[in-house]
Design a binder for this molecule. Sequence first.
Ligand code: FAD
Length: 390
Amino acid sequence: MEKQAQKSVAVVGGGLVGAMNACYLSSRGFKVDLYEARADIRTMEVVRGRSINLALSCRGREALKKVGLEDQVVEDGIPMYARMIHDLNGTLRPIPYGKSDQYIMSVDRRKLNETLLTAAEKRPDVTLHFQHKLMSCDLEKGRWLIMHFTNRWDRNGGEDVEVRTDLIMGNDGAYSAIRKHMVKRPRFNYSQEYIPHGYMELTVPPHNGEFAMAVNYLHIWPRNEYMMIALPNQDKSFTLTLFMPFDMFDQLKTGDDVLQFFLEKFPDSVPLIGEESLKETYFRLPPLPLVSVKCSPYHVSDKAVIMGDAAHAMVPFYGQGMNCGFEDCLVFDEILEDLNNDLSKALPKFSVYRSPDAHAICDLAMYNYIEMRKSVNSRWFLMRKKVDSF
Ligand code: FAD
């Protein structure tokens, strides 16, 4: 059989999904160049951005397993066997996720991203380019796809860079530049929805060197119209995330307003966070928005495809955004295997096969917010023996 010429792939975005895709695509014999707008997070002191920790579940673990990283990631994670409901009166109620040995895992986003980048870098034919932000690309012309990146903010001067590639893999997140190019094409379906709620992260530090709450749980303070959750970290702290309508965030204007609100609505959390820390951290960063994106198709001919949040950003209440993005990589790999790496067939098949599933998960994520903040308070819910999600 004639040996096929090695094809090049430009992965745009070196977040969780881009770094994982670099591993998968290199295993399939592609020459991979990954372009990430930020500096290398492995060299940064502080990484700003979204959620400090994430819940890793089965679909994400399957994808990690196939690139040989499941054990390493699971070793660093903390199992959560149940939701722990914090009622207003201080009562604690565990609701198991499944049988006694079933759990989801709290993992550190930065550590996971670093593990994936390092694993990608070690593979043959993978080159990582940091501080390369995609500014424009042409998804249609000729044999080569031409992309323009800038790293003009680089301390050493920086420059604009032109890149030619066979395939663009758009893994550049919820505000994807690649998707913006796709939106301009005919018959591209696209919708996005910002929910009225935003989120803010706070911290429960270790108390006397130990976890301040029961460790193997995803803690929830469901208050019907809003809620707070907490996931454990390896350093024995918890990251709390407060989800609330923006107009409620806006009403809390002073440290005393914040303290009063927490004493009324989440009283048992106040000694855990610490009054001074609560007053200070609340104003450190503004609450961030939550967007849900649906689109189709996910590809342009045999030239470009989007995955992860670029294809299906979802609200975080089902704990499946990253997991679903990881599963995209696994599904695409299986399609490439079946179709002998033929991109002209694999890309359309991925769109047709994957978009209905991803749309369904986006809908489930919307629904699960109501379950987490409200339904878990109902008597009907308490009669159920187990839950099957975040
Ligand atoms: P991202 O992680 O956003 O990575 C995109 C990368 O592309 C970034 O590094 C960015 O710098 C880079 N980039 C962007 N534009 C460009 C450009 N023009 N050129 C080059 N690079 C570019 N999911 C779960 O599965 N479980 C959870 O428990 C969970 N909790 C969450 C909690 C919160 C509060 C939020 C907001 C999300 C949560 N998610 C969770 C969802 C999860 O964070 C995302 O689904 C996941 O990060 C998607 O990965 P990604 O690689 O597609 O995108």
